[in-house]
Structures are given as structure tokens and as C-alpha cells.
Design a protein around this ligand. Sequence first.
Ligand SMILES: [Zn+2]
Length: 293
Amino acid sequence: MEEQAFGPIRFIPGSNGGRYPNCHSVFIEGADVLIDPGADRNALKALRQEKRINQVWLTHWHEDHIMNLDLFEDVPLYTSEAAAGPLGDMEAFMDAYGAGEEIRDLWKPLMEKAFHFRPRQPAGYLKAGKGVEIGPLRVDIIDTPGHAVGHLSFYFPENDVLLSGDYDLSGFGPWYGDVGSDIEQTLASIKRLEEIEAEICLTPHETGVFVRPAKELWEKYAAVIDKREEKILELLSTPQTLETLVDSWVIYGKPREPLAFYQFGERGHITKHLDRLIAEGRVASDGKTFERV
Ligand SMILES: [Zn+2]
């Protein structure tokens, strides 16, 4: 993938097409703000050489978005207040994902080696607001929780460019597997982003650059949630435990490696759906098994 510029907004591609665990970054010329430093490590090192970077911003605290944050330890960090806990402490990071002991043992060394996790304290917090001045530019900071607690998106009205954050318009669909994730909030955030009708939408994974993304594309992305729910309801025509549902790979489609890591992700999503279906009175549970009502 190639670097692209939309006025002062530079799209810096992540390795391997920005597929997880990689992520695309954005650099705002003039304001000299780097957003989500998960792009190719060498490209970010080169950017550091080329530019004085004033601030690093994060849409949220997930590992793929902070992969190369360690290269900018001396640059002030800004993100939502909700992201400060997990960014500041490995155990708090694991807690925010709801990781059990077996996952922590697998994940902690990976976080340090592959994601270069170093505890960081933000220099300040980004709050939702319209027309916030950054250098010569203005940005709308938009609360978009659901994917993660405190998730932010950024819209640059002068250039009609939206950074949607992890609402990435991918075929996989929305991700809402951690403790603070929420399906209803995810749907509301997708709607909020769709209604901006931005000329350019930059996302952190895969395609990355969408020119005038159609309403249908946002709707198709959101509809993945319904499709998952339909599959879960189909399975629940006979009683299922959480683990038999996890082993059905409704979310990821098939087992992926490292298995424990993806089972954990699958479980996180299935749990959110079960909670929602029980609250709607569509599924009942005896505490062990779940069944369609
Ligand atoms: Zn994320």
C-alpha cells in the first residue's frame, strides 16, 4: 500500500495491508500530530526523522493501535480519559479486556515483545467537541464508544476527512469483545459516523481509504451484527453452553491461532450477544445452558 495525502492529512499504511495486528496511522501536517502509531515501524521511524512530532493521539487503547507508541515515549500523548487506565498498566490493560489467567500468561509477553507495550500516562485528555483547534486546523472530536470504552473518531471539516477509528468497514464486521464493549453503543456509533457523510473515510485496517463510502457500506457493516445474532439464535434452537457456542466460531468463522487468544475473543462477543438476547427476552438460561425462547 502507498502513503496518500488528503490536504494536510497523511495516511501511513500499516504492514501487511494493515491487517491485525498491524494498523494504518495518520499524520496531520501543520499540527504535527500522529494518530494511532501502529503503522509500519520503519515508516514511523522515518517520519520521526523527517518531522518534529508535537503530539501523539489515540482513537483508543487497543494493542494494535499502540504497537509502535514506544518510538514516541518523549512525545506528549493524548486520548480519552477512559483509555488512561489500560494504557498506564499492563494488569489494567488485561482487566479492560476481561482476560483470565490463561490468557494473561500468553498475552503479557506478546504485549511486551510484539506490541512494545510500555506503560504510558497521557499528557492530557481529548474531549468530544466541534472545531477543536489543532495548529492551523480544526477537528471535530467525536465520542464513538461501543468498540471500546472511550473510543474516539476524528473529523476534519476543512478537508471533509473522517478518521473512523476501529469502525473499519471491513467484511469481518464490528468488534465488541472487551469488558467495556457494547453492541447498542457500537450500532449508535456506526450511525453517527455514517451521518457525517464524509468525502474521505480513513480506517485503520485493510482497505484503509474509502472515497465517499456509500450509506449501504455502513449499513452492511452494521448488519454483520444481525447476521451473527441470527446464527446464534439458530444454534440456540437446542440448548447450548457458552463453550459449545464458542466452539461454533460464529464470529471468526473458524478456529484461528493462537487458539486461546481467538477463543477468548469469540467468548467475549458471544457473551455480549447472549446478554442482549436475554435482556430482550429472546433467550433463557438456567445458569448453565442457553436456549431460544
Ligand atoms: Zn480496537
